[in-house]
Design a protein around this ligand. Structure first.
Ligand SMILES: [Zn+2]
Length: 460
């Protein structure tokens, strides 16, 4: 891995450890010009044409309904799963044995709702094992392979599911292809979920498995409906904006955590919200002509997604979705009515837009995968009444030692981090009052890859 660092002059300026105060350096917005060559190179390898071919291949299975055929070689969810698996296996050849492919099968018992009889389902996963045996972090990117027609129980009619959600699966596959040959200390998992439309079954299975097996899952990026840029209903045609949804308050928050949140005023600082901010910052740094719009809400009205089961298990997880949805091309039988074509067909997609959205996911996953683990026991010292802020933390107990840390700061009313300070110590004193700002700490390596930020808790 070669990193031509443009960071050095900046770092030299900032190595102020030992100084009584850390000085403010620059706003985070000014940061966007510095890029990592390896991430840039991978993003340049993402291809709109590949993404289109992958989507069209998924459409060719007729339907990928969860209750469709698992025995046909040409049609249905079974054939589609096998094809994703064989593609993953092709990409894995570039990994020197580090990428393995798994068909994770599980049986969903009849639920009296959308699963009429016990049904075997499977998530298809490509697992790129981390290179550092002392680093057990896992990062997941996912989309759902299953599709549906107008009637959610109709397993026979054509259900092309080009945008919902072959777009998400194509993204996951294209990322696996481009990232397979790279070495990350953390483990990256690329997943095509099944059973989303019948009740988030695949993601529920994997989230429960991750919990049960004690995975150190630090981030889950869900991608559902990410490849269309035009809405006939509004007439808006815009491929320069994409949404990321994130919960503000963790779904599984305990009473004790709720008390702490009220003390801190941290209603908009869940780990998932901070992953969304991370994706915005890193995504916009590497992908041109794309504005990552953070929606401070767990999901859209009336809709669910595969990030939710991860949130429910206490994991950090967000959802990306396009800005302008076209509901004529989602969950609709393929048909023509009064001159209007309905159905989720590839001709209504924008593959260049899908490529950009893939870039955001790749930049975030790669940056997190190369970053050191997050700092631990991050605290803000509250034993004295003072107009300064004293922060302290511990280096991550696993994985590579960070080169240093970023202390992030913003006004309490601000949605995004506004300033950051680089320190090499595991403490910092800032000439700003802890009463007036939010703070967080990230671990950072010498190339500038930063971990997710950790909010300090009050300590004495
Ligand atoms: Zn979907």
């Amino acid at each position: 891995m070669t990193h031509k660092s443009t960071l050095k002059p900046l770092l030299a300026l900032l190595l102020l450890a030992g100084a009584p105060f850390v000085n403010p350096t620059q706003s985070i917005a000014q940061e966007t010009v510095r890029q990592d060559d390896d991430i840039k190179k991978m993003i340049n390898q993402l291809s709109a044409q590949n993404l289109e071919q992958l989507v069209r291949k998924m459409v060719s299975f007729g339907t990928r309904h969860t209750l469709s055929s698992t025995t046909s070689k040409k049609e249905g969810i079974g054939a589609a799963r096998e094809w994703v698996k064989s593609e993953f296996e092709k990409y894995a050849q570039a990994s020197g044995g580090r990428m393995t492919v798994e068909m994770d099968k599980f049986v969903v018992p009849a639920d009296g709702r959308r699963v009429p009889q016990d049904t075997e389902m499977a998530n298809v996963m490509a697992i790129l094992k981390g290179t550092d045996p002392n680093d057990d972090r896992v990062i997941i990117v996912g989309g759902h392979l299953d599709s549906r027609a107008t009637d959610v129980m109709d397993a026979k009619s054509k259900a092309p599911g080009a945008n919902d959600d072959a777009s998400g699966v194509a993204m996951v596959m294209e990322m696996a292809r481009v990232m397979a040959s790279q070495k990350f200390p953390a483990t990256l998992i690329f997943v095509a979920f099944q059973g989303e439309e019948q009740g988030l079954y695949g993601s529920t299975h994997l989230a429960e498995r991750a919990k049960k097996e004690g995975w150190n899952l630090i981030a889950m990026q869900n991608n559902d409906i990410v490849g269309n840029s035009y809405s006939a209903e509004t007439g808006l045609h815009d491929n320069t904006k994409v949404r990321i949804f994130s919960e503000g308050v963790p779904a599984n928050e305990t009473e004790e955590q709720a008390r702490l949140r009220r003390t801190l005023g941290a209603e908009s600082d869940s780990p998932s919200r901070n992953l969304a901010r991370y994706m915005e910052l890193v995504g916009e740094k590497y992908v041109d002509q794309l504005d990552v719009v953070l929606v401070h809400r767990a999901d859209r009205f009336l809709r669910g997604g595969d990030h939710t089961p991860f949130n429910l298990q206490g994991f950090t997880a967000v959802r990306m979705s396009e800005m302008n949805e076209d509901f004529n091309h989602q969950h609709q039988d393929v048909r023509k009515e009064e001159g209007t074509q309905y159905g989720d067909l590839p001709e209504f997609m924008d593959f260049e837009y899908l490529r950009k959205n893939t870039g955001v996911n790749l930049a975030s996953m790669a940056s997190l995968g190369w970053a050191p683990a997050a700092p631990e026991k991050v605290g803000v010292i509250t034993s004295n009444l003072t107009n300064k802020t004293d922060l302290k933390w511990e280096a991550p107990s696993k994985g590579a030692k960070p080169a240093g840390y970023y202390v992030l700061m913003r006004e309490t009313k601000s949605p995004n981090w506004e300033k950051r300070f680089y320190v090499t110590d595991t403490k910092a004193t800032l000439p700003y009052s802890k009463d007036n700002y939010f703070f967080a700490v990230q671990s950072v390596d010498k190339e500038g890859h930063a971990s997710l930020p950790v909010l300090p808790v009050p300590v004495r």
